[in-house]
Design a protein around this ligand. Structure first.
Ligand SMILES: NC(=O)c1ccc[n+]([C@@H]2O[C@H](COP(=O)([O-])OP(=O)(O)OC[C@H]3O[C@@H](n4cnc5c(N)ncnc54)[C@H](OP(=O)(O)O)[C@@H]3O)[C@@H](O)[C@H]2O)c1
Length: 271
């Protein structure tokens, strides 16, 4: 889509490496058009080995050479980088932040209001191309910027656009969600082990069941309740299992988990 876009990455860690691998594999950009910067040589070399992209020690060089820049350091490093690299002087460049909790308003303010920023909330399955991300456009962004961020996030999973006030909700659902599902997978496997399955097989079956059910929801477009009803025969095994889950208040437990994580994200955002 953006075949000849020049992409820069500030911070060459896990999230940056996953995004760059994805955009290269999907042909969103060409390898020669990607350059990353990190503080330590070890990080820069690891990034280049894993992605084939170039690296440098100079943030200025990355900013100068790139049209689109991913800000992928830890959140507390972002303000210093915006000020030190004087990103406000580059209203023609698009900055896409993946840093949790750093608001568009804060980033724009640090550039005197001129910076073109997008805030994203990716999740860890992006590392294996199965991410679920949300993004919010800053006040200086337009439709072309939306296409760019969709192509980058789309290279490592799916993305939705939300108003920035809902980013905390995304954090509580898809940001923290993989951990909730790891717990589900572990518990399902425990059930299988209790029924006599070897642990290794139980884990594989549990994980693939979760992946398969998720694919059914995404690929058929059917409501999960309809899919559930389709596999629940009268007096059968599945309704026996579902009734046991309802005894454990599974639905309200998950709703409470998301609400608790959203509340914590709001708290952390204030500090
Ligand atoms: N990992 C995830 O799944 C995930 C999910 C959602 C959001 N995020 C967000 O993604 C961001 C990065 O997370 P991560 O897990 O990828 O972190 P990480 O692996 O620790 O990577 C951070 C990178 O930033 C570099 N860096 C720090 N300060 C710098 C500076 N002043 N100039 C240039 N480079 C600098 C570090 O370089 P050195 O190693 O050389 O110090 C390192 O390469 C975070 O803001 C996090 O909130 C991550």
């Amino acid at each position: 889509m953006c075949g000849d876009m020049k992409l820069g990455v500030i911070g060459c860690g896990k999230m940056a490496t996953a995004l760059v691998k994805g955009v290269l594999a999907q042909g969103v950009v060409k390898g020669v058009d990607v350059i990353g910067v990190a503080r330590t040589e070890a990080s820069r070399l690891r990034f280049s080995e894993q992605t084939g992209a170039r690296n440098t020690i100079s943030i200025e060089e990355v900013v100068r050479e790139s049209e689109v820049l991913i800000l992928a350091t830890k959140p507390h490093d972002i303000p210093g980088i915006i000020q030190m690299a004087e990103l406000g002087k580059f209203p023609d460049k698009l900055f896409i932040s993946v840093a949790a909790g750093v608001t568009l308003g804060a980033m724009e303010k640090l550039t005197g209001g001129t910076g073109r920023f997008i805030r994203t909330m990716p999740n860890t399955p992006s590392l294996v191309g199965k991410g679920a991300a949300a993004f919010s456009l800053g006040s200086n962004c337009g439709a072309a910027d939306r296409e760019i961020v969709q192509s980058i996030l789309g290279a490592v999973g799916l993305s939705v656009e939300v108003p920035e006030r809902l980013i905390d909700a995304v954090t509580g659902l898809s940001g923290s969600g993989p951990a909730y599902i790891y717990l589900v997978i572990e518990a399902l496997a425990d059930g299988g082990v209790q029924a006599g399955l070897p642990r290794i097989d139980a884990l594989k079956l549990a994980a693939q069941t979760v992946a398969g059910a998720a694919a059914m929801v995404l690929e058929t477009g059917l409501h999960p309740a309809v899919l559930k009803d389709m596999v629940t025969s009268p007096g059968g095994t599945t309704i026996a299992g579902l009734a046991a889950l309802e005894d454990g208040a599974i639905r309200s437990s998950f709703i409470a988990a998301v609400s608790a994580a959203v509340a914590r994200a709001k708290e952390l955002g204030k500090s």
